[in-house]
Design a protein around this ligand. Structure first.
Ligand code: B12
Ligand code: SF4
Ligand code: SF4
Length: 334
């Protein structure tokens, strides 16, 4: 069996849902990153603007890399996972960064190391453009919602790369199959797409609930609806979901969570205990409580007022202000 077939076979055996191979070169359309940054679409994600030249070219990130093996793991989950409120599918279970890294380590040891090569793994946080690399490696195409759309798994694949100094024959890029569809653009609650294929992160609920450090701007609070962490709206409506199965990865399965009111009462040590090894952990308690307050402001009832009044007495001004806002929203509805 040739090397690409052996890699594919090992990936399947490890539980990975998709795999592609491409050269460690700057992927097509990487140069759009400069314009995206110039327009400040990255908001307060200063790390995105730190080394654009490196991000655009994996050969600059790792000068020994010849080939990139990119893998996808489906995050699709049955919904909903909690009594009230929604958490994005990828964050309902354990942290995918560690899960995908484990799989990629095993894959690299079974293949690259056996063949005498060196490797480096990236999952999300390294300065490489994983969606473009995946498209270049034939995993799918970058859709109008800017996500990598896989013909079988839709937009639900989480991506991770193995960069290696070995030369392995690449796959052909896939074609764009969005056609005249605009479902994701129409469904976005905040109008975060200034044009198809381009996202202004400052308007995206995934950014506002996860990456944005300060108060959530008031104009976006009602639009958050019941989304506590992340947003799956432009994924759920994609017609390429028709064949998408739920994730086979048991560690990504939703962990049980109590009602919003109970989570609001968790102190810092309880927050850490409950969310350790999940993507929510890095939010820290204050942003989590901030988000819970906005959701309660949108969907809460008078029964939630005592818990919110308790939260309003906390010392953190960010928490105080969001709890006050939530109380006012519920009272206005009465
Ligand atoms: C920054 C970031 C975010 C930001 C910005 C998102 C974005 N679209 O860039 C925020 C916080 C908003 C975010 C949100 C989410 N993210 Co995110 N994020 C990233 C990260 C770290 C970098 C992405 C990046 O390079 N952005 C920079 C801009 C320039 O890239 P872009 O949007 O792809 O822009 C391209 C297009 O605009 C295109 N373009 C411009 N003009 C035109 C014109 C035409 C005609 C065409 C064809 C193209 C085109 O060129 C640009 C450059 O290629 C990657 C991990 C990584 N290292 O790659 C994960 C990643 C993209 N995120 C991921 C996920 C899962 C999400 C969420 C679904 C999480 C959630 N459920 O809440 C949401 C989805 C929101 C959305 N619709 O994108 C996955 C996506 C997997 C997939 N199947 O695509 C990634 C790959 C992480 C991973 N390793 O799995 N994310
Ligand atoms: S994740 Fe939600 S808010 Fe962000 S672009 Fe998609 S639909 Fe819009
Ligand atoms: S919803 Fe339609 S336009 Fe958006 S990514 Fe899916 S196929 Fe493309």
């Amino acid at each position: 069996m040739d090397r690409p077939s052996l890699i594919r076979q090992s990936a399947r055996a490890l539980g990975l849902d998709a795999l592609g191979i491409t050269r460690a070169e700057s992927p097509d359309r990487a140069e759009h990153l400069s314009e995206w940054l110039k327009l400040s679409y990255h908001g307060e994600m200063a790390w995105m603007a730190k080394s654009p030249a490196v991000r655009m070219d994996p050969g600059t990130y790792d000068s020994t890399a010849q080939t990139i093996i990119i893998a996808g793991l489906s995050s699709r989950q049955p919904s909903p996972s909690i009594p009230r409120g929604r958490i994005a599918a990828y964050a309902q279970g354990e942290d995918y960064h560690a899960i995908l890294r484990d799989h990629l380590e095993s894959l690299a040891r079974k293949t690259i190391v056996e063949w005498g090569g060196k490797y480096r793994i990236t999952v999300d946080s390294s300065p490489v453009m994983e969606k473009l690399i995946a498209a270049q490696a034939g995993l799918g195409w970058q859709g109008k919602n800017t996500l990598l759309i896989h013909p079988e798994h839709g937009p639900w694949l989480l991506l991770g790369c193995i960069l290696t100094d070995l030369e392995i024959s690449p796959d052909a890029p896939a074609r764009d199959h969005c056609g005249s569809c605009t479902r994701c653009l129409d469904a976005c609650p905040t109008g975060a797409f200034p044009q198809p294929y381009v996202l202004d992160a400052r308007r995206c609920l995934a950014y506002l609930t996860i990456e944005h450090p300060g108060p959530i701007p008031e104009e976006f609070r009602p639009l958050m609806g019941d989304r506590i962490f992340g947003c799956d709206e432009c994924l759920e409506v994609c017609p390429w979901n028709r064949h998408a199965r739920q994730s086979r990865e048991v560690r990504l399965q939703p962990l049980p969570r109590p009602d919003l009111r109970e989570m609001l009462s968790w102190d810092d040590s309880r927050f850490r205990k409950e969310f350790r090894d999940t993507p929510i952990f890095r939010l820290k308690r204050n942003r989590w409580i901030r988000n819970l307050c906005v959701v309660l402001g949108n969907i809460g009832t008078p029964e939630d007022l005592p818990a919110l009044q308790q939260t309003q007495r906390e010392s953190d001004p960010l928490i105080q202000e969001h709890a006050s806002w939530a109380i006012a929203q519920i009272r206005n509805r009465l």
